[in-house]
Ligand binder design. Structure first.
Ligand code: HEC
Ligand code: HEC
Length: 209
């Protein structure tokens, strides 16, 4: 083909730089916008539509601050955060890019956290409210909205009990600053805390402040 020879050099180089620009733009937009329609069902199957889990073994992730979710997902993917045997978070996060992790985190963080409605023992819940204040509140806050970390208030009992027991027996890594607090807990303390967090879903929760 001799088309090229007839194209003026100046015009050709301009069209090359325009197509280069388009390619760069496509690349930027392409990586910035993960294909959410494909990714989301891989999360909502356990964490629920809009991040509210109706399965007691899985935590709700709606409303957890974006950076906390990004940290958690990167930790699972890069091996700095353990995955309990129940979850497949390590496997699930393995193929995700940083941009996809951020987009998923922003998506779930934008929904309001809704406490799970569940039974609890009121006496244990009262004991748990004091334990929470002494050992956990500094990082996990006094309500779902107040947590700078994973949300505990209104989270499913089964998930919490399982996570805390795993931490206690050393089956899961945890931040050193949290270990100093969780290693003081007896089995009964764990039950008390779990019942306190479960009580958050109802109006009968203990008022100790
Ligand atoms: C098979 C069920 C399952 C699927 C699918 C799943 N998760 Fe999870 N996820 C869990 C469990 C269980 C935990 C609690 C931690 C653990 O046991 O590893 C968790 C923890 C998390 C956390 C940390 C929550 C916290 O309180 O610190 C985030 C964030 C998260 N998942 C996001 C996602 C995203 C985003 C996807 C989709 C790409 C996803 N999960 C898919 C079960 C699942
Ligand atoms: C010094 C800050 C700090 C304190 C104090 C602390 N935590 Fe945490 N907690 C964290 C961080 C950071 C994470 C995110 C965990 C990770 O990256 O593995 C977390 C995560 C959790 C999780 C989520 C686990 C999961 O499987 O997703 C639970 C449950 C938890 N903490 C319970 C507690 C309880 C109960 C107490 C009090 C006895 C407590 N924490 C005290 C910082 C703290």
């Amino acid at each position: 083909m001799n088309m090229k020879r007839t194209t003026p050099t100046k015009l050709r180089s301009r069209s090359v730089s325009i197509s280069a620009l388009v390619a760069v733009l496509v690349l930027i937009c392409g990586t910035g916008h993960a294909d959410m329609t494909e990714l989301l069902p891989k999360c909502t199957i356990c964490h629920g539509e809009e991040g509210i889990s109706d399965e007691p073994a899985y935590p709700s992730i709606a409303g957890i601050p974006v950076e906390v979710q990004v940290d958690a997902m990167r930790g699972y993917r890069d091996g700095t955060r353990d995955c309990g045997p129940v979850s497949r978070m390590c496997k699930i996060s393995e193929p995700l890019t940083d941009a996809e992790i951020r987009e998923l985190s922003e998506y779930f963080a934008a929904f309001p956290f809704i406490p799970a409605e569940q039974d609890f023992d009121p006496d244990l819940a009262t004991q748990g409210s004091f334990l929470h204040e002494d050992f956990c509140e500094v990082c996990h806050g006094d309500s779902p909205e107040d947590s700078d970390r994973s949300i505990l208030h209104g989270q499913w009992k089964e998930f919490l009990k399982y996570s805390l027991s795993q931490y206690k027996i050393g089956a899961r890594k945890q931040p050193p600053s949290m270990r100093r607090q969780t290693e003081k807990l007896s089995e009964r303390d764990i039950d008390a805390l779990v019942n306190f967090y479960a009580s958050y879903g109802t109006s009968e929760r203990p008022q100790n402040r």
